[in-house]
Each structure stands twice: as structure tokens, then as C-alpha cells.
Design a binder for this molecule. Sequence first.
Ligand code: DX5
Ligand code: ZN
Length: 225
Amino acid sequence: MKLQKSKRKVMIAPSVIAANFARLQTEIAAAEKAGADMFHLDIMDGHFVPNISFGPIIVKTVHRLTKLPLDTHLMIEDPDLYLEDFKKAGAARLIVHVEVCRHLHRTVSEIRSMGMIPGVSLNPSTSLFAIEEILPFVDTVLVMSVNPGFGGQEFITTSLDKIRRLREMLDSHNFHALIEVDGGVNAANAAEIVKAGADILVAGSAVFGADDIHNALAALRKEVS
Ligand code: DX5
Ligand code: ZN
């Protein structure tokens, strides 16, 4: 049975970590031309997650290559120490993890006062109750649908129920935060994720891992529009 398509305008954020960095300019241009809404940048420190990716220098590089907003996902300890660096590098949206922020309200307020759009993310094992109090203050909630640290993992299917419950929490209070879903998103599950309540889909391997970036993004878009 075909799932009913959503009325909401869904945004697609290709995750740059899955790109071929030797061809970064070409791949960014291809994704932009294919209708990407923003680029997702995964910052990993080898402490909060068991992998190291890249930092502000690469964010700055991508900023030079595109006019699209940079959705910067900090998977790092002590994010407060680096907010300014990411602002300078060109991050438009800055997402921090609830698991590492002792004073999350302060961090979120700081991000906003710097002129960036604040978001909060939570790991698959973190309860929605952990973010309940911050919901009125953020513009995005990023639901991790894999354990953060690596691209190319399989979508954890219980995330669908979590997205549904988050949608209810936001709607019942008239909070405006968007729901972003990150990890294992592809053309086969995108419609279901959007039906559960997602507004932004992050896709790494499903876009940059494909042979044809344009076709891959179009296939994803077709599922959610
Ligand atoms: C995982 C990252 C994701 C990752 C998604 O730690 O936060 O953004 O790049 O990659 P795919 O779409 O391949 O699961
Ligand atoms: Zn991410």
C-alpha cells in the first residue's frame, strides 16, 4: 500500500561526510543543482563519538562552495568552546547534543545571540523527556536514527515512534521547532519518516554514496513531495 504523502514542505540536507573530498566542489555543485535545501556537516571529535571527522576549516571550505545554509551537527564534548569558530566558518544552523550540554539553555541562547539557528540533538537511547524543557527555545530537534559516529548505518526503526511522539509534543504546545532526522535515511524509508513527522531529512550515503547524485536526490525528493 502506498503511504499517503505529506502536505508539509520537507527539506533535504545531504551530509557532506559521505562526499568524495577529492571532488568536493563538483559533488557540492551537483547536490545543489539537484535541489538540496542545505548541507549537513558532521563534526566528530573522537570523544563524544568514536570517530574523528573534520572541524571549522572544512565548514569554511564548504561555505565557499555553496550559498545554501550549512547545517552543522556538533558531535563533540564541550561544544561551548567552539561556537564562535563555527560561526566564523559560516555555519547558519548549529546543533548540539543534549548529552554533553550541562547548561543547555545557556548554550542554545548563546548560539542564537551569535546569529545562528539553534538546534538540539539526541541519541537513539536518550529519552525525549531530556529535551522537553528546551523545546520552546530551539528551532530544530535532530533525532538521531543511528548511533552517531559513522555514516552508512541502518536506520533504527523504533525511531519512527520517537519521531511521532516528538511531533505530538511539539504540536500540542504549538512549538515551532522543526524535526530533523539523521542516520540511515534513504528513498525506501523517507516517506514513512516524513509521515511520522519529520521536516528535514539528512542523507549521506543515499545521496553522496550514489553513482549519480542528481538521480539519488531526485529519488528521495519524489518520495516526500
Ligand atoms: C552520523 C551522522 C550522519 C551521517 C548520516 O553520525 O550524524 O549525519 O552522516 O549518514 P547516512 O545517511 O549514510 O546514515
Ligand atoms: Zn549528522
